[in-house]
Design a protein around this ligand. Structure first.
Ligand code: GDP
Ligand code: MG
Length: 791
């Protein structure tokens, strides 16, 4: 046997495994022939392939690399009978053995089973190998020119045949020294590089051809092979032209490995001579002649079983087999992994015949319970599949409450849409035709209610977000088992979604009424509410500070310093609310009451000590009729005289001041005291109210500011309550409710004998997948058997 046919079945089986199992390529080695020009490279290659189709001859013939891919194909392969190709069969001038057989043997299959295809001529099959040789010659000339030129662009040829091994062979131009014809001056270097490119690949088996009629020490091929394979592990030495050695000389020492060490050894061959080629000596005939040559040679007859093309084929067989064995552990390991994975996948599809009439109910119930439990566990954070990528389930709901909802509430400015003008109008309207004596409570009530409404939108959104999250959870409650029954899964999701939808309405309604409840009654008695008195005190304090600053800049440094010392803050810092972030920090009512006491004290002192300051202030504010304090407490002639009386015009007006009760709630009871109000003041206020003047009076400014602060304070209280109550309501009405009822609802709606068939309808894709999986597993097991047979 001349070619590598022994390996065909093994390699084919392995190749099948490789292609059917998505394993990496079997990665068979390349056989690369190298050697000096006319050493016999093409001849050797042809012998190995067992086909007569390569251009050979004296002079430079191989001028482009030929990558020859042999593909084993069975005669019954559908590819053999595939039509639509251009063929060379119609050419009557070409006639070969197959044509001859076809014409003489009626049983001979009309379709030849061996052909070649060139990469550069797709869709054409060459059934005639002489034509292949011609095409190689033409294609060489096309790229490399007609005159000895060399090109590194390879010619790719595939040969399909039942008689070849799946293997790639490379025929290369021969090594030359002197440029001829079109060859460039550095032709030697160029060819060397071209050869090195192919033989340096670790899976390249180097067939280093040296002609026996040239001294081996001059062998270019061995020299190059040594560069890339210094230990001679993948180099086969081939000694050609043994028939052309000088009489009396022989290559015995080389062939027995005494001259040059190569692990794979040297093989002597006799190829067809130019004479043989010229007379069209057949390949079989020449192989027989070669065999005779060694058997009858006086020197080589003793080693004739280790000589010749047949022995070379054996050596290559062994080398390739070795290579395959080296690849086997890797293939085996991969095969094992694949088998494990496939078994696992198969298990995930569940057992085919698990569903019977008797166990249908329990199966449905079991899946239902699992679904409900998954739902509950996701909410409670006990889920076995906790994501590390994003917040989910219960944690996400918590995040919605405290981050999303909380921050959207915090971002509301309690007086955002309230202009000073709005506040003033509200104050004016709420007092009606009567003059207001006190802080216009009605105006506060009127203004704060729509502000509370601002809390509604974020509360709604919070309900929606939690609802959406629950929906998401319910869509993710499936299991591998459940994916087998898509209808069941759809129904489960449907029922839980419906349950959630049903709860959305009541929850939203409840949250809405929470807001309405807070709007229904404005509880100014709330312990955390700043209260009019304290708010007013802080407003006044700031006003006075501001005025002090303004006047001090007017009357100079001396007066200013006097001011600072003689007009202390009406309320001590320790007990007063401090304005912070646009809102009033809540404080204890007892603080407020003590603040009031202190305030009154201070008022007294102020009046006695610093009437000049009051005048300054008055002149600055444009002769304003009364201060807010004055308006609020009236003018107590006995205790505070001119203290809070800012204008000269007012100080003389009231002879008998009215006393009006003022109440201030404290923790221990109600602080009550009478405040006098001037009749004159009322008149003036009335007058002021009716003025169209857009510039507000000081009183109005103070009032507005006071109302604003009261709104901020009260809004803060309601906001806190809403932030607390809305999540509680959602938990109670939506989350916990669905959690507690999900199981029963599912049973109620789905546990029904008449639904079982539909629910347990198995996914068709899935059963197909399972079949595919089973088939794959069988293939893997067979492959594993093949592999253990190979070794
Ligand atoms: P390549 O240039 O290395 O591919 O060599 P070829 O295979 O084209 O052969 C070059 C020439 O040497 C051809 O004419 C062949 O017939 C001849 N030749 C090759 N090998 C042998 C051999 O073993 N004995 C004889 N007598 N001639 C050979
Ligand atoms: Mg050649």
């Amino acid at each position: 046997m001349a070619s590598l046919t022994d390996l065909i079945p093994v390699v084919n089986k392995l190749q099948d495994i490789v292609t059917n199992t998505n394993l990496t390529d079997l990665d068979l080695p390349l056989l690369t022939v190298i050697g000096s020009q006319s050493a016999g490279k093409s001849s050797v290659l042809e012998n190995i392939v067992g086909k007569d189709f390569l251009p050979r001859g004296t002079g430079i013939v191989t001028r482009r690399p030929l990558i020859l891919q042999l593909i084993n194909i069975q005669p019954d392969d559908p590819m053999v009978h595939k039509t639509g190709f251009e063929t060379d069969l119609s050419n009557p001038s070409e006639f070969n053995l197959e044509d001859h057989l076809r014409s003489t043997n009626k049983n001979f299959d009309k379709t030849p089973t061996e052909w070649g295809e060139f990469l550069h001529i797709p869709d054409k099959r060459f059934y005639n190998f002489d034509q292949i040789r011609k095409e190689i010659e033409n294609e060489t000339a096309r790229i490399a020119g007609k005159n000895k030129g060399i090109s590194r662009i390879p010619i790719n040829l595939k040969v399909y045949s039942p008689n070849v091994l799946n293997l790639t062979l490379v025929d290369l131009p021969g090594l030359t020294k002197i440029p001829i014809g079109d060859q460039p001056t550095d032709i030697e270097r160029q060819i060397k590089n071209l050869i090195l490119e192919y033989i340096s690949k670790p899976n390249s088996i180097i067939l280093a051809v040296s002609p026996a009629n040239v001294d081996l020490v001059n062998s270019e091929s061995l020299k190059l092979a040594r560069q890339v394979d210094p230990q001679g592990k993948r180099t086969v030495g081939i000694l050609s032209k043994l028939d052309l050695m000088d009489h009396g000389t022989n290559a015995l020492d080389i062939l027995t490995g005494k001259v040059y060490p190569l692990k794979l050894g040297f093989v002597g061959v006799v190829n067809r001579s130019q004479q043989d080629i010229s007379v069209n000596k057949g390949l079989d005939e020449s192989l027989r002649a070669e065999e005779d040559f060694f058997k009858n040679h006086p020197v080589y007859k003793n080693i004739s079983n280790r000589c010749g093309t047949a022995y070379l084929a054996k050596t290559l067989n062994k080398t390739l087999m070795q290579h395959i064995r080296e690849r086997l552990p890797d293939i085996k390991a991969k095969l094992n992994t694949l088998m494990g994975q496939t078994e696992q996948e198969l298990a995930s599809y569940g057992d085919m015949n698990i569903v019977s009439k008797e166990n249908r109910g329990s199966l449905v119930l079991q899946m239902m319970n699992r679904f409900a439990n998954n739902f509950i566990n996701s909410i409670e954070g006990n889920s076995s599949e906790i994501s590390t990528k994003e917040l989910c389930g219960g944690a996400r709901i918590y995040y919605l409450y405290y981050e999303v909802f909380g921050s959207s509430l915090r971002s509301i400015n309690p007086v955002a849409n309230l202009s000073v003008h709005d506040i003033r109008t509200a104050i004016r309207n709420s007092t009606g035709p009567r003059p207001s004596l006190f802080v216009p409570e009605l105006a506060f009530d009127l203004l704060v209610k729509p502000q509370i409404k601002l809390l509604e939108a974020p509360s709604h959104r919070c309900v929606e977000l939690v609802y959406e999250e629950l929906m998401k959870i319910c869509h993710n409650c499936g299991s591998a088992e459940l994916s087998r029954y898509p209808k069941m899964q759809t129904k489960l999701i449907e029922v839980v979604s419906e349950l959630l939808r049903e709860r959305l309405g009541p929850t939203t309604k409840y949250v809405e009424s929470l807001i309405d409840i807070h709007r229904a009654y404005i509880n100014t008695n709330h312990p955390n509410f700043v209260g009019a008195a304290a708010a007013m005190a802080s407003v006044v304090e700031e006003r006075q500070k501001q005025k002090a600053k303004e006047s001090s800049t007017r009357i100079g440094k001396q007066a200013a310093s006097h001011d600072m010392h003689s007009s202390p803050s009406p309320v001590s810092n320790g007990s007063q609310t401090v304005v912070e972030n646009g809102g009033l920090r809540s404080h204890k009512a007892s603080d407020a009451s003590s603040a009031l006491e202190e305030l009154r004290e201070t008022e007294k002192k102020n009046g006695q000590l610093n009437s000049s300051h009051q005048q300054h202030t008055q002149s600055h504010t444009g002769g304003e009729k009364d201060s807010f304090l004055n308006f609020f407490f009236g003018k107590d002639q006995t205790s505070s005289n001119s203290a809070t009386s800012p204008s000269q015009s007012q100080s003389h007006t009231s002879e008998s001041p009215q006393l009006v009760p003022f109440q201030y709630p404290t923790e221990t009871g109600t602080l009550q005291f009478n405040v006098p109000v001037q009749a004159r003041l009322e008149q003036q206020m009335e007058h002021l109210m009716m003025q169209e003047d857009e510039n507000m009076s000081e009183r109005e400014q103070l009032e507005s500011e006071l109302i604003r602060r009261l709104i901020v304070s009260y809004f803060g209280i309601v906001r806190e309550m809403i932030q607390d109550q809305v999540p509680k309501a959602i938990m109670f009405l939506l989350v916990n409710y669905t959690k507690e009822t999900v199981q029963n609802t599912l049973v109620q709606k789905l546990y029904n004998e008449s639904l079982f068939d539909e629910l347990l309808f198995e996914d068709e894709n899935l059963s197909q997948e399972r079949e595919k999986c089973e088939k794959l597993l069988r293939t893997y097991r067979e492959a594993a058997n093949v592999i253990s047979d190979v070794v």
